[in-house]
Every structure is written in structure tokens, then in C-alpha cells.
Write a protein that binds this ligand. Sequence first.
Ligand code: S3P
Length: 453
Amino acid sequence: MSSEHTTASPAELTIHPVARPLRGTARVPGDKSISHRVLILGALADGPTVVRGWLPAADCLATLRCVRALGVRVDVSPDDPTSLTVHGVGAEDLQEPDDVLDCDGSGTTMRLLCGLLAGRPFFSVLTGREALRRRPMRRVAEPLRLMGATVLGRHEGAYAPLAIRGGLLEGIEYPMPVASAQVKSALLLAGLQAGGTTTIHQPGPARDHTERLLKAMGAPLHLEGDNIVRVRRPDTPLRPLGTPETPFLVPGDFSSAAFLLVAGLLVPESDLVVLDVGVNPTRTGALEILRSMGADITVEHRRHAQVEPIANVRVRASRLQATHVGGEVVVRAIDEFPIIAVAATQAHGSTVVRDAAELRVKETDRIANVARELNKMGARVEPRPDGFVVHGPTPLHGAEVESHGDHRLAMALAIAALIAEGTTTIRGADVIADSFPSFTETLSILTDTGRKA
Ligand code: S3P
């Protein structure tokens, strides 16, 4: 693909196969999970949090609008949408919103705000796109009810719109049935406002950004091993995460980098470095999976950027073999399975993914739709109840494919299209703006001449 080969329209992306290796360096936008959290946690701080490298993508913009609707001032730099200041007021001074809170397509916005609002003595309603209104919310509503909040929703509280009347909460001891960072974070936000201690047992190591950020803010949060977190109401105000002198720097999003890394693996003779990427081990399961397939990926210049580790990640085109994926690595790679499936189409043998039934309740059913769309391009992907099997290697050919409203499926198909024979058209590609608005531009620059992005 090159700039003259690629046309992005609001809803349709046309991609031709790439003719030359991907070389040079690239950057990816700020981490989506952390960008949501700096807004919500920044609102709870005592004073302004100054942020750089924030992700101005649709999902995070939904959180921005919701946080503002709760009476929190957020100033976004007029010249740079990645620079902002959250004027924290503390939980007590959040205001009842005068209208419904629109979470757009963002599950993280809805689930984290449920936890925040459960502790507030006012009424709020959370809604969003049709696809978000089909995603399971009982997993967050139920424990919040046990803590004392009123959370109502369609189908007996299972689906949004959700109506919340928060108030006095009591800490609970809660074994989470699914490993979910969104549910864990919601309970931590509620636990910060509750009497007593809230103890969360997670079945697996879901991303721990909320814990890291809250600790940096001085919250009384304690970890026991990898899977138990305790939190209680702070005795002193929470410190802002970033000051004007030392702004909080959001690392590059590993989940966005994963698309470029797999492109580098699959396009012959590529040698590419993605700079300043977050490499928190609760996020980098895909590195382990790809390496087990023979991927030549190295993590270079690893360093600590405030509360998160970052690094430059280098990839060289590699001959891949099939692998088996299951167990605890699944949650640490949960957003990367669409692009892992693309890599597996070029691996020798049958790649088996199991223990990943959560993929069925993401932005779309990622088991059914990854298989459906990649198979249109000549792949052999078999859906299974809790994962999929990919038989490879298979040559891919261009096709007309669908995003199913899923940004990561759209980007995975775009990477597959780079190595397919003929032209691929991705319908509904405008959803890429949910997490990586500059994706097509970054890919065009990379596939052009290897210029720096
Ligand atoms: C996220 C947690 C994960 C992930 C999502 C972002 C977060 O969802 O898939 O993209 O920021 O906490 P679950 O908590 O549902 O696993």
C-alpha cells in the first residue's frame, strides 16, 4: 500500500498489496485504556492533572464529554488535541449530569463510569451505540448492587441504557467470574468511595493501569500477588498525576502497535521499529504469542515512563509456525486476537486459540466475524465456542470485507490486505477512528518509502 494506492473515505478503505518492505520507524497514538483513566482518575484528584500524549480517538472523546457532563473542567489545547488538563474536583464535588451520558461505542467508558457513579448520591443514565447496548453489563451492575448502589438496565439490568442511583456504599469481597480490567476498575472506583475495604479477586492478570495510577495518586490500594487487589476510601485527597512542570505522559498504545508489528512480520524483508510503546506485561501477551510462532521481535531501550514501562519494539519479517494459545496469556492479549489470527494465516500448521470466549462479547463477536471476514480473503479460520483454529499458510486474495463496527477487525483486515493478491475493500472502516484515527496515514507513510512517521 502507498499513499497513491490507498483511498480512505469515511466508510470505505481500499487497499492494494504492498510492493516493498516496511522499514524505518513509526509511532502510535497514546494508549486508549490509559487515556480513559487519566480523565476519570484526574477528575478525582485534588487539583489539575496535566497530560501529554492523550489519545483523541472517538472512545476517549466519549469519556471526555461524560467527565465534563459531571461538572469537571477539561481544557484541551487548541493546537494539540493530545495535550489537556483535567481540573480535578474530587469525588464529592462531581455534579449530577442534566442529561443522559453518551458512551458512544466505548465499553470502557460505560463500565468505569458505572463504578464511579455508583458512589455518588445522584441519578445518572448511561447509554451508547446499538453495539454497546448489546454488550453485557450485568458483570459490573451486579457487584455494584452488592455494594449498595441501585443499577437498573434493560433485561433486568443486563444491558444499557443503565440508570444509576448511587450513594452510600459498603466494601465487599468479590471473586470476579471473568478476568476483566473494566470490571476490576469499576469496582476500584466504587471501592474508593465505600466504607470499609473492597477486595477483588481476579481470575487472571487483567491490565493493571488503574492500580498503577491510583497508587501514584496516593490511594490506599494494596496488591496481594498478581490477582488480589484491596482498596478503601482515602483519608487524604488524591494527588494529581501530572503537573505543568512534569506532565503525565501517556505511552504509545501497544494494542495499536500490534497491527504495525504484524505488518512488519508478514511483509517480506521488513525491518521496523515502533517507538515509545507501552510494554506493561499485562498488555504484551501478543509478544509472547508471536514469539512462540517464531517472530523476530525485540524490545529495545526499555525504560520507565512515570508509572508505566515503555520501550521501542523492533520487528523483522519472519517465517512463522503455528502455536497453541490458552490460559493466563489470553487476558494479556485479549485485544490482539484479530491481528494474531492474521499472523496465523501465514504460519505453518494449525494455530489453536482457546479459553478466549470473551472475544464473543467485544465490539463485535470477534470469533465469528474474524473467521467470516478472513475466510472471504482465502484464509482457513474455524470458529470454536471459546476461540478459533487457523490452518496455514494460506495465500490471501483481495475481497470485499466488513468491519462489523469493530475498529480492531477493520485494522486487522487492512494488514491482511497488504499481503493479499489484488484489491481489498473494507466497508465500515470509519470505526478505525474509535482507537487509532491516524492508522491509514501511518500505514501509508510506512509503506511508501520507509520515511520516519
Ligand atoms: C479495557 C479492558 C479490556 C479490553 C478493552 C479495554 C480497559 O476489556 O478488551 O479494550 O481499558 O480496561 P475487558 O475488561 O472487558 O476485558
